[in-house]
Design a protein around this ligand. Structure first.
Ligand code: PLP
Length: 460
């Protein structure tokens, strides 16, 4: 066994939260009551919760100590100044506006940077990001490289933007009709796939030529930086901090969900370099979030975020993080479970299309797979397929993503390798009875972001 493959937890546990598995009959009742939607299961009924890595992070003793140093002044909180300085140093952007979480920043950015009818190209979509872009009259265009849509293909940097697709869009629509390029690091819905530094640089050069802005979705930027250090030529001797700084030197700003790589439970921010955009964002943030010096956050939360951001850049932390996720992926691959290759930074994605070949995409195979995994084992996961993709605003038809997946998302610093073993065993045992997984149909379908609250029943 090579200890470097799966490093031990670089922390010891100071506070614990008991978890327990409820009996099978109860899990069967719970999933029915939840309308076969894992989002609607009360967390007390869950054994191992891999619904999301969002806001589920365990904070360090230093972060908890920072919480006690909260300055809850309405204006000019010292914690904001600390956060502002930290973000400026780490990311290199000039202006930062705190928001209650990532979508708050997406709301502000979409309002100030998109004119109705403009195109917003991006490397695959994210649910809330695309919602805000479209809500503000933007037209989202996916310009991720084709390989990202091929689940089983194991190549590095599947999150890269296809520069030919971007060039073609500029040629066809004209640079004045492109609001900005939205570049996500890593790409959540592609399976947590990273973007190479080479690609970020090339996107910057191309957009500079046409005077188009580039905004990063920075949500998982530290995980992306780890992949660059591990796999991209010329970066093995650079620190995570140096890599992060270079990444953001190719952007005009970013939106950040603090609930992921900032190692906190709530928060987010918007960064911009441009002074005019900053003024506009400041005018809007008071309407939607709060004073520019707290956005949607308490002082103590900004303090925890400033400390968490620094911790996330420590090599031991991020190496363990990415390799723990990979451990689960390796176990499942060895067992022959179909999944998105390679394993991404925050999650293992089961390939529901190949897991349940007896179901059509209209029978929501990933939704049903997630529901069945819960019944099998008390493990909670999430659908990332046709239900998450929603409907086309104009035609009313389902968006039909090529990837029909179930996401097993690993919270940061929360579970151990033994928990990963348990999850792998549960997936294997479900795989053995995969023909018993039934299709689903909607009994309630919300108009927007339907996956959060939709309800289903089984088709017999
Ligand atoms: C979570 C997430 C967001 C939205 O952030 P919230 O904090 O949940 O509002 C945006 N982009 C990506 C890639 C995300 O994973």
């Amino acid at each position: 066994m090579n200890l470097n493959n799966y490093p031990a937890e670089p922390f010891r546990i100071k506070s614990v939260e008991p978890v327990k598995m409820i009996p099978l009959e109860e899990r069967e009742r719970v999933i029915r009551e939840a309308g076969f939607n894992t989002f609607l299961i009360p967390s007390d009924e869950v054994y191992i919760d891999l619904l999301t890595d969002s806001g589920t992070n365990a904070m360090s003793d230093r972060q908890w100590a920072g919480m006690m140093m909260g300055d809850e002044a309405y204006a000019g909180s010292r914690n904001f100044l600390h956060l502002e300085k930290t973000v400026q140093e780490i990311f290199g952007f000039r202006h930062i506006i705190p928001t209650h979480q990532g979508r708050g920043a997406e709301n502000l950015l979409s309002q100030i940077a998109i004119k109705p009818g403009q195109y917003v190209p991006g490397n695959m979509y994210f649910t809330t990001t695309r919602y805000h872009q479209e809500h503000n009259g933007g037209i989202f265009i996916d310009i991720i490289r084709d390989e990202a849509h091929n689940a089983g293909l194991n190549i590095p940097f599947k999150g890269d933007i296809d520069l030919n697709k971007l060039q073609k869009l500029i040629d066809e629509k004209g640079e004045e009709n492109i609001a900005y390029v939205c570049l996500a690091v890593t790409v959540n819905l592609a399976g947590g796939q990273p973007v190479s530094m080479k690609n970020m640089k090339a996107v910057r050069e191309l957009t500079d030529y046409y005077g188009i802005k580039v905004f990063f979705d920075a949500t998982r930027c530290v995980e992306n930086a780890y992949f660059i250090k591990e796999q991209e030529e010329g970066y093995s001797n650079k620190s995570i901090q140096e890599i992060v700084k270079e990444m953001f030197s190719y952007a005009d700003g970013c939106t950040m969900s603090g609930k992921k790589d900032c190692l906190v439970n709530i928060g987010g921010f918007l960064c911009v370099n441009d002074d005019d955009l900053f003024s506009e964002a400041k005018e809007l943030v008071v309407v939607y979030e709060g004073m520019p010096s707290y956005g949607g956050m308490a002082g103590r939360d900004m303090e925890a975020m400033a400390i968490g951001l620094r911790e996330s850049l420590q090599y031991e932390y991020i190496e363990h993080r990415v390799k723990q996720v990979r451990y689960l992926g390796d176990k499942l691959r060895e067992a022959g479970i179909p999944m998105i290759e390679p394993t991404g930074g925050h999650a293992v994605f089961l390939d529901a299309a190949r897991f349940c070949p007896h179901l059509t995409q209209d029978q929501f195979p990933a939704q049903s797979l997630a529901a069945n995994l819960y019944v099998e084992s008390g493990v909670r996961s999430m659908e990332r397929g046709i239900v998450s993709a929603g409907r086309d605003n104009n035609t009313g038809e389902h968006h039909r993503p090529k990837l029909e997946t179930v996401r097993l998302t690993i919270p940061r610093r929360v579970y151990t390798y033994r928990h990963m073993d348990l999850v792998a065993e549960a997936v294997q045992s479900l795989y053995r009875r995969r023909e018993t997984i039934k299709g689903l149909r909607f009994v309630y379908e919300p108009k927007q972001l339907r996956f959060f609250t939709a309800r289903f029943e089984e088709i017999d």
